[in-house]
Design a protein. Structure first.
Length: 239
């Protein structure tokens, strides 16, 4: 009987060791998959931000549609602007040949209250205040930080707010951290930072008016032509 009990005890200890090893391997695998998925979401998010910010467009004659809007007053930043998007951009297949669209990056709570980074898209000619529901993609289901900084060319420094909807910053730096917010403090190696140079500038109203491209008002002669004192003097008179 004693030998049987000793055998059962040893067998139980072996089973416990096997279970502990299997449980550790399973937890490590799950953490590895989660880290790989988080890194992939980070790459997709940064790529979407870089593609859209790098192709930003702003026409002042149509500022209602093209306004560059940035809200950094809350816990998370929010960016909304018009961009000429490539076919590889997420969701482009749903918009056909409408490559110029308004995109919005915003942090929204899901049904469980967890913060997620969402990319909204709508056609250009649809004003932002319309009631139609835009197409959206969840870029990151869990977001710990999303901030934006803008390069101010007048002071040559980074600022944490952009108040001009009719101007484009020369550069935008975005910082984000993904994962469970319960982790607490964000370490330096967990922070993803990307600086995007915006090559385009705001197109003035005059450049969108072909009739005034030469700088002449309607009814004025072109440069070098004799002045017209009475524009109707050479018109045929009624009998």
């Amino acid at each position: 009987m004693l030998e049987v009990m000793v055998s059962i005890t040893i067998f139980s200890m072996v089973l416990l060791a096997i279970y502990s090893s299997w449980s550790a391997i399973l937890r490590g695998t799950q953490l590895g998959h989660a880290a790989a998925a988080e890194a992939q979401r980070g790459r997709i998010t940064v790529n979407a931000l870089e593609q859209s910010l790098g192709s930003t467009e702003l026409f002042l004659a149509n500022l209602r549609h093209y306004a560059f809007m940035a809200d950094t007053s809350g816990e998370f930043a929010s960016l909304s602007f018009v961009s000429h998007l490539p076919p590889s951009f997420p969701g482009s297949g749903l918009f056909g040949d409408q490559s110029v669209r308004r995109v919005t990056f915003s942090v929204e709570p899901d049904k469980s209250g967890r913060n997620q980074l969402v990319l909204f898209q709508r056609p250009l000619l649809e004003p932002p205040e319309t009631a139609t529901e835009p197409y959206y993609i969840v870029l990151a289901p869990s977001i710990r930080e999303f901030k934006a900084y803008f390069w101010e060319t007048n002071t040559h420094e980074w600022v944490d707010e952009w108040l001009w909807t009719n101007r484009l910053p020369r550069m935008v730096r975005v910082e984000l951290s993904l994962g469970d917010p319960k982790r607490g403090r964000i370490d330096a190696d967990e922070l993803i930072s990307k600086t995007v140079y915006i090559a385009s500038t705001a197109i003035p109203r005059e450049a969108q008016m072909p009739a005034n491209r030469g700088g002449n008002r309607p009814g004025t002669p072109p440069p070098g032509a004799p002045p017209i004192n009475n524009p109707g003097a050479n018109l045929p008179r009624r009998p």
